[in-house]
Write a protein that binds this ligand. Structure first.
Ligand code: URA
Length: 444
């Protein structure tokens, strides 16, 4: 078999066989197939697509390119959740403890932030002492004993994806449904959970700007997961503005603690609860999402979900007193208030630009090795559709450097659009996808 022939076949719109896909994934992972041939192939996929069977085979071959975690020693049905990426997305910090407090084992592998999007591991490290560097033995033990453990991605999990993603990033080949679906699902399959709940973001701050493309991506991932024997669901949620009101590591942790105390902004609470409901239904802890919702609301009201967060933080070496006394989180040295430049309604907030504001303040990485400041970030007082008066507080920035604060302020103002008319506000949830297809959200 020759890589040249496979590139040619895809260029002409042909469908690759399982053997051909196995050859190219194996050859690229081992280094026998060079970057330039893989780049040409990826571009051909972007232009000609892949059918469902090819996308499934690509996913399975990438998942099997490294370690496949064995979670069989976990008691119960382990569940995982994954977001396609957003700004202010702290749902894992809420959903993990919430679902675990309902008795569902959550064995989660999370990432760090890169660019304008944040990562769960950085956020958790806001708790002094917290570490994700625990042995696999300890990881399984924690899940069995208290239903929740979070570790960083191991070096050898889906290494084919790691290499392919690095190439896609620099060859303008990220925005392809078969390539995104295989990238995400290969890691989820290798991470071993039996139930996978995906949060597919839609809107200006997401990979998928429009609903039909997001539904197509969600349906592809759900079918791949189900074919691989994992019960898979996808929730389609809005990313036309940041989720919740905070962006930045420790600020987001504090907002997640508020959510576990029942005091989160509506959009954040709605998305977190719906993700958690799908996890409970998938793990057979509830017969319907309505029943799951009741259980989850009870766990929030009783304080059990918040207790689970404290237990989890302590188990992984963190200072759990911060869960009950969040004012202990160290604040950034400077605050800068951003007043509204005009009177009207908020008609647009560019979520990606808001993520970049946090990055400019030092809360994100420009390279994998940059050091981040967990204290910095921002809080938005005004979100889409809300009325605002000139001079009223639009947002507050938290920073450690006055020049960076000024630059972030200008960027934040440029990210907002105002209108004299009350604008139409997008829904928080567009619907969900299961094995039967897309179920649009019923509107009241
Ligand atoms: N997240 C991934 O892991 N891979 C993609 O291709 C896109 C988002």
């Amino acid at each position: 078999m020759r890589m040249y022939d496979l590139i040619q076949k895809k260029k002409q719109g042909g469908a690759l066989t399982k053997e051909e896909i196995g050859f190219l994934v194996g050859g690229f992972t081992s280094g026998e197939i060079p970057d330039y041939q893989m780049s040409a192939f990826l571009m051909a996929v972007c232009l000609k697509g892949m059918n469902e069977a090819e996308t499934t085979e690509l996913t399975l071959a990438m998942a099997a390119s490294g370690d496949m975690l064995d979670l069989s020693r976990i008691e119960g049905i382990p569940a995982d959740k994954h977001s396609t990426g957003g700004v202010g997305d702290k749902t894992s910090l809420i959903v993990g403890p919430l679902v675990a407090s309902a008795g569902v084992p959550v064995a989660k592998m999370s990432g760090r932030g890169l660019g304008h999007t944040g990562g769960t591991i950085d956020k958790l490290e806001s708790f002094p002492g917290f570490s994700t560097a625990i042995s696999s033995e300890r990881f399984l033990q924690n899940v069995n004993e208290m239903k929740l453990a979070i570790v960083g991605q191991t070096a050898n999990l889906a290494p084919a994806d790691k290499k392919i993603y690095a190439l896609r990033d620099v060859t303008a080949t990220v925005d392809s449904i078969p390539l995104i679906a295989s990238s995400i699902m290969s890691k989820k399959l290798a991470a071993g959970s039996q139930v996978i709940v995906l949060d597919v973001k839609v809107g200006s701050g997401a990979f998928m700007k429009k609903l039909p493309a997001a539904v197509a991506l969600a349906e592809t991932m759900v079918r791949i997961g189900n074919r691989a024997g994992r019960k898979t669901y996808a929730l389609l949620t809005d990313m036309n503005q940041p989720l919740g009101r905070t962006v930045g590591n420790s600020l987001e942790v504090r907002e997640a603690i508020d959510a576990l105390s029942g005091q989160a902004p509506d959009d954040l609470m709605t998305v977190s609860l719906r993700l958690a409901e799908l996890m409970l239904v998938g793990c057979q802890k509830a017969a319907s999402t309505a029943e799951a919702g009741e259980t989850l609301r009870r766990l929030l009201a009783s304080g059990k979900a918040k207790e689970k967060l404290a237990e989890f933080v302590a188990r992984q070496g963190g200072d759990a007193s911060y869960v009950y006394e969040p004012e202990k989180f160290e604040e950034a040295p400077y605050r800068l208030t951003v007043p509204a430049p005009e009177t009207g309604y908020v008609a647009g907030i560019d979520a990606e630009e808001i993520g970049i504001c946090s990055l400019l303040l030092g809360g994100g990485r420009t390279t994998k090795d940059s050091k981040i400041d967990l204290r910095v970030g921002l809080r938005l007082f005004k979100k889409l559709g809300e009325a605002v008066r000139e001079g009223e507080e639009l947002a507050v920035l938290f920073g450690a450097d006055l020049d960076a604060l000024q630059a972030a302020k200008e960027r934040l103002l440029a990210a907002y659009r105002f209108s004299g008319q009350s604008p139409e506000v997008p829904p928080v949830i567009y619907g969900y996808v299961d094995g039967q297809g897309f179920h649009p959200e019923e509107t009241a």
